[in-house]
Unconditional design. Structure first.
Length: 83
């Protein structure tokens, strides 16, 4: 499993392309590259699985996960206070 951060705006744009309008990624406030008032990073986890001895045979699995909150269009996304 790999854990890191990604461009929050790009992650949210990908969500909107799936016709989702209510989920917003949890953003990180301690981003040193952010500009005045703009929080630009979100957490992302990538899981890679190599399953060999299963009842349905061997297979690989890739999972992407990110903390998100469900908010209305008027609400601000949650920001995790990190530094």
């Amino acid at each position: 499993q790999l854990v890191g951060t990604v461009d929050a705006a790009a992650l949210e744009a990908a969500l909107r392309r799936t016709s989702d309008s209510s989920w917003r990624p949890l953003r990180i406030s301690g981003d040193p590259q952010r500009q005045a008032g703009v929080v630009g990073r979100a957490m992302l986890s990538v899981g890679i699985g190599d399953f060999r001895n299963t009842s349905s045979g061997p297979y690989f699995e890739l999972a992407l996960a990110f903390p998100a909150c469900q908010v209305s269009a008027e609400e601000e996304a949650m920001v995790l206070p990190c530094s």
